[in-house]
Design a protein. Structure first.
Length: 231
């Protein structure tokens, strides 16, 4: 992981890292964070917290992504509508069969060109093609798969894609808290940090014994500490 420089900042790196983690991990606004920090004796405005997130969040997320294991080759693709400044956009997302967020793409249209762009982005990012792809019945996927020559097994069952559809829920909560995204670019930037943090800290705790879950959670904290380590 690449160390992060916190030079020329008035607050210690520990405070900045913790504020970025709180915003990325939980459904909080910048004003919520201002109050949480004030209760602990840290006088930082919500605008300061916003600048911290924009400056350090992407670097921390990139470090987390480098530390993640290779995802499964069973991919779930789905798209959801989001509203940006009164306009309708589509958020295309890919997750694996373990719930790991693979990638996402904000696009104006829900067509074969957007589906192909997502798939090409995934191939470049991970360097392999999936053996199985689960989608809804949108015909754009078929056209995109033909265009790129994807031969993977495809499942379009009625409830087969619940994994991807359920993965939209955290984004819907954040979208409501943020009172909608302000631009496609800001949505992409925020979701990149959110997805990396989600992958690092989300465990299927209902399937795990408490001691093992505590081990995984401690590992998540170590990952964040390493990803946000000061240079």
């Amino acid at each position: 992981m690449k160390p992060i420089s916190f030079k020329r900042h008035r607050f210690p790196p520990e405070i900045i890292r913790h504020a970025v983690w709180l915003y990325a991990r939980f459904t909080l606004s910048f004003r919520d964070l201002e109050e949480l920090l004030a209760e602990r004796g840290v006088d930082a405005s919500y605008e300061t917290v916003r600048r911290w997130f924009l400056k350090f969040g992407p670097s921390i997320a990139a470090n987390i992504r480098r530390s993640r294991p290779r995802p499964s080759d069973h991919w779930h693709l789905d798209e959801m509508v989001i509203s940006i400044r009164g306009g309708k956009y589509w958020l295309w997302r890919a997750v694996d069969n373990e719930g790991e967020v693979l990638d996402f793409l904000v696009q104006r249209r829900r067509d074969a060109r957007a589906a192909k762009k997502l798939m090409v982005q995934l191939f470049k990012k991970y360097g392999f093609t999936p053996s199985r792809v689960v989608t809804d019945r949108l015909r754009s996927y078929s056209a995109a798969f033909r265009a790129i020559g994807l031969k993977a097994e495809r499942d379009r069952g009625l409830r087969a894609n619940n994994r991807a559809e359920n993965s939209h829920q955290p984004i819907r909560r954040r979208e409501r808290k943020l009172q909608r995204f302000k631009s496609p670019g800001s949505a992409q930037r925020f979701l990149a940090v959110h997805a990396a943090t989600f992958n690092a800290f989300t465990h299927q705790r209902h399937l795990l014994r408490r001691p093992y879950f505590k081990e995984l959670r401690a590992g998540s904290f170590r990952t964040w500490a390493g990803a946000s380590a000061a240079a």
